[in-house]
Design a protein around this ligand. Structure first.
Ligand SMILES: [Fe+2]
Ligand SMILES: [Fe+2]
Length: 199
């Protein structure tokens, strides 16, 4: 089984800025993703993408939604069709004439697995948030206070423990920070409070 997408061009440039409405995206999300844990992960990544677009990239609301949509749908096919991840969601969005930028971001959220390099800031941030978000959430679940009182130091300690959330690739996290040109500490500090509000 290979997850390699074996291509580098996604979508059609004529579809620039085409998006699903929030309602359409939510319909796809709830019909494709039945697993509540995975749903939460995707919502968390969506929130982080939207927050980054607004606070760091200073993008307008339409662009913020494009970032959020990439986060919300990046694992849409993982629940029911893991052997087709992320080919199936990419094809779905291509058939629905969605902005190639969003599709490329989804296609490059695991460069080692899908063989597509993150190029844009949207690509790079989706890759950076994906694994780290999961580790921060796993940490929240083992703390009596959850996200409250969680700090950078605690997250970094867990990152160093290889047995903690062992499926989260530390190499991917380091790689993603380098590609995005951000410090790991800054990324963790950004994630904690913004992810805490996602239910
Ligand atoms: Fe994924
Ligand atoms: Fe993910």
């Amino acid at each position: 089984m290979s997850l390699l997408l074996n291509r580098n061009i996604f979508g059609n440039p004529a579809n620039k800025e085409n998006v699903l409405t929030r309602k359409q995206a939510e319909e796809l999300f709830t019909s494709w993703v039945l697993n509540a844990r995975l749903q939460l992960h995707m919502k968390q990544v969506a929130q982080l993408m939207k927050s980054w677009a607004a606070e760091k990239e200073l993008l307008d609301e339409a662009a913020q939604w494009r970032w959020e949509m990439a986060g919300l749908l990046h694992d849409a096919d993982w629940d029911q069709w893991p052997d087709q991840h992320c080919k199936k969601i990419i094809e779905e969005l291509e058939n629905r004439n969605i902005d190639p930028e969003i599709i490329h971001a989804i296609a490059s959220h695991g460069p080692l697995y899908f063989g597509v390099e993150p190029e844009t800031n949207m690509d790079k941030m989706l890759f950076a948030f994906d694994e780290l978000s999961g580790l921060v959430h796993a940490y929240s679940l083992m703390r009596p206070g959850g996200y409250e009182t969680m700090d950078l130091k605690g997250v970094k300690k867990r990152l160093k423990e290889k047995s903690f959330a062992a499926n989260v690739s530390r190499a991917d996290i380091d790689d993603a920070c380098k590609r995005a040109g951000i410090l790991l500490d800054d990324l963790i500090t950004f994630i904690i409070p913004r992810q805490a509000v996602v239910k």
